[in-house]
Design a protein around this ligand. Structure first.
Ligand SMILES: C[S@@+](CC[C@H](N)C(=O)[O-])C[C@H]1O[C@@H](n2cnc3c(N)ncnc32)[C@H](O)[C@@H]1O
Length: 262
């Protein structure tokens, strides 16, 4: 099993993403509250764990799990000193966590990479206590709604998306989660919309983020562009748009929440 965005700089990218657009809004939409025992599945470098700890307080706890040893090491470093946070290695769909151990099980920006999200969801349900909540937050769309739309981007979006889709990446996982939750037998399923970012004008953080994304994805994406030059033209046009003070860019996240049957 491999992670499409894997790179030595991925942990830091996740921290900067969280800093620019905190997950607190999504955690609160999902009903996270004081005293809860939380599992953060696919926790990356632990960027969201400090926010979770703030919400659950001293009586609650957070268990972060990720399939990458590097991310686990980074997350452990980040939460060092917090007596109610633990991070361990584990991978969906078999995390190795005990049955029914958590009040709130969370997975953000992970399902987009999974070929069998239904099987992964069953694992999240298994580790959640009856009556506890399962929440999955993920993208819906290619990550950039924007205006104006330069021709180089229009032409490049299709090969870019098909290259990533061929690896199993699902740009539209967000809209599929509600049905997955219902079919998995979760109750009181609700859906919440939030922004991954809204960038009205030039955004140097997004330029840095997407520069890294295009570098890491190059070996995969170049195949559908036919040659490297065409891919670079697309990536450069995309980065120019992110730096354009007159352009609007935004991306949405759907957070889906359900209760495990008692
Ligand atoms: C985009 S990052 C999101 C990290 C974190 N949830 C956040 O919001 O900052 C996706 C993470 O999921 C992890 N991951 C991908 N597939 C996984 C799997 N099958 N099981 C566990 N972790 C996985 C990756 O190693 C990566 O750290």
């Amino acid at each position: 099993m491999s992670y499409l965005m894997e790179s030595t700089k991925e942990g830091q990218r996740l921290i900067l993403q969280e800093r620019a657009n905190p997950s607190s809004v999504r955690l609160l939409q999902a009903g996270l509250c004081r005293g809860q025992r939380v599992a953060d599945i696919g926790c990356g470098s632990g960027a969201v764990i400090p926010t979770m700890l703030d919400i659950v307080g001293n009586d609650g706890s957070v268990m972060g799990v990720d399939m990458s040893q590097e991310r686990v090491d980074e997350a452990r470093k980040l939460v060092r000193g917090a007596r109610n946070a633990v991070v361990q290695l584990g991978a969906l769909p078999a995390t190795g966590l005990p049955d029914a151990a958590f009040d709130f099980t969370w997975s953000q920006f992970v399902f987009e990479y999974l070929r069998e999200p239904d099987v992964a969801l069953r694992e999240l349900i298994r580790v959640t206590r009856p009556g506890g909540r399962v929440a999955v937050a993920d993208i819906d769309g290619h990550g950039l709604a924007f205006w104006p739309r330069p021709a180089a981007i229009e032409e490049g979006i299709e090969p870019f998306m098909s290259a990533l889709s061929a690896t199993g990446f699902d740009f539209y996982i967000g809209r599929k989660l509600f049905t997955l939750f219902r079919k998995a037998g979760l109750q009181d399923v609700s859906v919440h919309l939030s922004s991954l970012y809204i960038s009205a004008g030039a955004d140097s953080r997004l330029v840095a983020d997407y520069t890294q994304r295009f570098e890491v994805l190059a070996p995969v994406a170049i195949k559908t562009f036919g040659d490297e030059r065409r891919y670079r033209q697309f990536a450069d046009a995309y980065l120019a748009l992110l730096a354009d003070p007159d352009a609007l860019k935004y991306a949405v996240v759907l957070t889906v929440v359900g209760t495990r049957q008692r």
